[in-house]
Design a protein around this ligand. Structure first.
Ligand code: NDP
Length: 278
């Protein structure tokens, strides 16, 4: 029988720890402030932005909100970023993605000062991760490492398979597992024999963006399975990339959706904000 990895509970523990840290920083006269920039009014983005602002308030992190219309010019966004880069009272800058199609996402990410890039998407921070140097790490994969560690799941020497190679999840995930001395395989849409490869995993991380794709045929008995996907099913309920009911009985641990990886992503964002001041 599988064990549920309770990301909600672990993220709440982290938030309490961060609250303490922020209070201690305040006592030293140091404030933590995150600038959140949203372009357009995509409803999903608005939900994410509001959650981030609410969590900031809970922990004691100040948040500044900037809303640009979906017709705003790229230069307008770039000049706002330049202004925020220069402000001493702003520690972290988050530009909510996706941006409207007329904006060049990579250019915008590249404009954020690497020292304020709390999402960990800037090429400087991505490069730092790949050569084992300190820097901000993408929040979702960083949150997964925290989930594994706090659930006392050893990574060192384990066969780790990551399905998905996106810049924000799959690739940094693989690098982080490697940093923790896992033996890492990355699979993607062109991978042959995916089932056999996935079945080698002691730790299987799934970030394919396909609802319930991973059934027990992809999972070794006793494996730890981390489900990054978020989808709405036919009943409008949230589900992941993993077929939970099918996989749960054979794995040793599994993250649910909702309540697994999702809450950790925000907790790690808050952690990165606090780190930006330390
Ligand atoms: P992307 O769509 O950017 O990447 C998906 C990856 O999966 C690609 O590398 C793709 O391969 C691979 N893939 C797609 N189909 C298959 C297949 N049939 N077999 C093997 N590999 C396949 O997604 P993201 O990484 O951004 O996100 C993945 C999921 O995680 C989504 O559901 C997203 O909503 C969710 N998510 C959740 C977060 C959270 O906080 N919980 C945060 C971020 C994302 P290729 O490169 O060859 O195209």
């Amino acid at each position: 029988m599988g064990k549920i990895i309770d990301g909600k509970k672990i993220s709440e523990q982290m938030k309490e720890e961060l609250k303490d840290k922020v209070e201690k920083l305040k006592a030293q006269g140091k404030k933590v402030t995150l600038a959140v920039v949203q372009v357009g009014d995509d409803p999903a983005s608005s939900v994410y932005v509001n959650n981030k602002k609410k969590t900031c308030a809970y922990i004691g992190i100040g948040s500044l909100s900037y809303e640009l219309s979906k017709e705003a010019k790229e230069e307008e966004l770039l000049s706002l970023i330049e202004e925020l880069n220069g402000r001493e009272d702003v520690n972290g800058i988050l530009v909510q993605l996706p941006l409207p199609p007329h904006m060049d996402e990579q250019k915008v990410i590249g404009a954020i000062s690497p020292k304020k890039d709390v999402d960990g998407f800037h090429p400087f921070n991505v490069g730092a991760l790949s050569i084992g140097q300190k820097g901000f790490v993408s929040c979702t994969p960083a949150g997964i490492i925290e989930l594994l560690k706090r659930s006392c799941i050893e990574i060192e020497g384990k066969e780790c398979v990551v399905i998905g190679r996106s810049n924000i999840v799959g690739k940094p995930m693989a690098l982080l597992l490697l940093r923790e001395n896992g033996t890492v395989t990355i699979a993607h849409s062109k991978t042959k024999n995916l089932k056999e490869i996935a079945k080698r995993a002691d730790i299987l991380i799934v970030a394919v963006g396909k609802a319930k794709m991973i059934t027990k045929e992809y999972v070794k008995e006793g494996a730890v399975v981390i489900d990054v996907g978020i989808h709405r099913n036919e009943q409008n309920k949230l589900c992941g990339d993993v077929d939970y009911e099918d996989v749960f009985p054979i794995c040793s641990a599994l993250t649910p959706v909702p309540g697994g990886v999702g809450p950790m992503t925000i907790a790690m964002l808050m952690n990165n904000c606090v780190e930006s001041v330390l």
